[in-house]
Design a protein around this ligand. Structure first.
Ligand code: GLN
Length: 310
């Protein structure tokens, strides 16, 4: 069997084994997300030599949601540097849910750029002239990571904007604390659009693969962000990407990762590959039940934990 067949075979088997995992709930606090088919389940992997592997519904489009956060974090790190960004957003695990009201005492900074509060600030820090320009920079960046132009799902964007009161509350709190760079409505509008960019599981795998590859897109060869930036983003994903279960994730899976409420999850094996899973039903921490099970199985079966001696 060729290397390609071995990887496709492994993804297919893990997908079959994890299809019956748990009993999650499809997110419907953004009403449009509630229309997702709960049976969708995909796995995809992108290697550093530009090969892609997939199993299941890997070309079904869905909105990227919080999986956008590490990529926008990368953009702002590349533009501002870690020291300037840390004046606005810390890099500490919050131990709390993705939508927690979590601002550090004293500074009023959000705990990290992977929770909503920190991501909203990070989005507001993207240098651009005007809100439309800011979103286009974000869309261009996400597209460069994916290696193809990405579209916006207008219906999810409208749905999120119409029901985003919790994010609005977070933004107002930060505005009052002096830690929101911009006007509440402008920053949130860009954040809601960023979350509503359409991707497939194949896209997410190659986006994760770009981080694994030191910021160089393994298919197009474009250096999307500098190598030190990719390393910093992976460090924050490792400690904060899975919200209040980040510690358990590092213990059991041992790879930098990020999940989102539409059911996407990415994980990165540095210098080896990016992997993505997609399945809409979520666990209590807001991550895909089957996606988490599949990535955990892959890591354990193939010894992917970063702390392994070999
Ligand atoms: N757009 C979502 C929100 O802000 C993203 C959250 C997520 O994917 N965890 O609520």
């Amino acid at each position: 069997m060729s290397g390609l067949d071995v990887i496709t075979e492994a993804l297919t088997r893990v997908r079959e084994e994890c299809a019956a995992a748990g009993t999650g709930r499809v997110a419907d606090y953004i009403p449009q997300l509630g229309h997702a088919d709960p049976s969708w389940f995909a796995l995809a992997l992108a290697s550093m030599d530009g090969h892609g592997y997939q199993a299941g519904d890997a070309e079904v489009p869905f909105t990227i949601q919080s999986v956008s956060k590490p990529f926008v974090h990368a953009l702002v790190l590349a533009e501002l540097g870690a020291d300037e960004l840390s004046r606005w957003v810390a890099a500490e695990p919050s131990g709390e849910a993705f939508n927690a009201i979590s601002l550090q005492p004293g500074t009023g900074r959000p705990a990290n750029p992977m929770i909503n509060a920190g991501a909203i600030v990070t989005t507001g820090l993207v240098p651009a002239t005007g809100a439309a320009g800011r979103f286009e920079r974000i869309r261009a960046l996400l597209s460069a990571f994916a290696g193809r132009p990405l579209d916006l799902d207008e219906q999810v964007y409208e749905s999120e904007r119409a029901t985003g009161d919790r994010n609005r509350a977070l933004a107002y709190l930060m505005r009052a604390a002096g830690t929101l760079p911009g006007a509440v409505d402008t920053v949130l509008d860009t954040y809601f659009r960023q979350c509503s960019v359409l991707v497939t599981t194949v896209d997410l795998a190659v986006m994760a693969g770009t981080l694994a590859n030191g910021g160089r897109q393994p298919v197009t060869g474009e250096q999307v962000v500098p190598e030190p930036v990719a390393v910093q983003v992976l460090a924050v994903m490792a400690t904060c990407g899975m919200y209040d279960v980040a510690g358990d994730w590092l213990l059991r899976v041992g790879l930098p990762a990020k999940s989102g409420v539409s059911g996407g999850v990415i994980a990165v094996s540095p210098a080896r590959f990016g992997v993505a899973a997609f399945s809409p039903p979520l666990d209590a921490a807001g991550s895909s039940v089957r996606g988490v099970a599949a990535l955990r199985t892959l890591s354990q079966r193939f010894g992917l934990h970063l702390m392994h001696a070999a």
